[in-house]
Design a protein around this ligand. Structure first.
Ligand SMILES: Nc1nc2c(ncn2[C@@H]2O[C@H](COP(=O)(O)OP(=O)(O)OP(=O)(O)O)[C@@H](O)[C@H]2O)c(=O)[nH]1
Ligand SMILES: [Mg+2]
Length: 195
């Protein structure tokens, strides 16, 4: 089974680290300390599926949005199952930059799901719905979430939905594994030559 690796990418200051801190520890730091390189965490999400209690362990990778780390995006995204394309709803330029981050991620040639995440929905919104839709299409993203790391809006929902989706995908993959059939191979007795 593949690791449930989830990577956050997007411009610096969009709130990637804050989203993960809110999810991991339910805390929010109003100051900005830019991430350097890469950091990763893991957390299990619990949910009900078909009336049964289920769980998925998520491995969350936090990357830096700084220019000097951009070229490393394909190596971070390698083997990821989900990529969160994060932008700041208050900063239209960061939405346009998502397309660039997506193109960088695609260089990894990983078969992953892209989710567009508009953070800071607690603030005044400066990105229009039409602009967001456009970027969503450009980035082949089938889902879009508006979240706030500050007040926690939709943070739990985002990661629980990812957990559910990965649970289903893992189950399908397990079910598709064909049982190994071992053919019995009995050597036929070789015919001897009779003189
Ligand atoms: N109002 C508001 N501020 C936020 C929110 N999320 C993050 N911030 C603030 O935005 C700034 C940047 O947040 P970070 O989480 O450090 O951003 P980042 O994307 O990890 O930045 P880099 O590590 O440089 O790539 C910080 O001052 C946060 O407190 C939010 O949902 N609402
Ligand atoms: Mg950060």
């Amino acid at each position: 089974m593949k690791t449930n690796k989830i990577v956050t990418i997007g411009d610096s200051r969009t709130g990637k680290t804050s989203i993960l801190s809110r999810f991991m520890s339910n805390v929010f730091d109003p100051t900005h300390t830019t991430s350097v390189g890469i950091d990763w965490f893991s957390k299990t999400v619990f949910f009900t599926e078909d009336g049964q209690q289920r769980e998925t362990k998520l491995f969350l990778w936090d990357t830096s949005g700084q220019e000097r780390f951009k070229a490393l995006t394909p190596s971070y995204v390698k083997d990821a199952r989900v990529v969160l394309l994060v932008f700041d709803l208050n900063e239209p330029e960061s939405l346009q930059q998502v397309v660039f981050w997506f193109q960088q991620a695609q260089k990894a040639q990983t078969n992953c799901t892209y989710i567009l995440v508009g953070n800071k929905c607690d603030l005044e919104r400066k990105c229009t719905a039409a602009e967001i839709d456009q970027v969503k299409i450009q980035c082949q993203s089938d889902k879009y979430y508006e979240v706030s790391a500050k007040d926690g809006t939709n943070i739990q929902t985002l990661f629980t939905d990812i957990g559910k989706e990965l649970y289903k995908m893992n189950k399908q993959e397990e079910d598709n594994v064909q049982p190994l059939t071992i053919e019995s191979k009995v050597d036929k007795p070789s015919r001897g030559f009779c003189c």
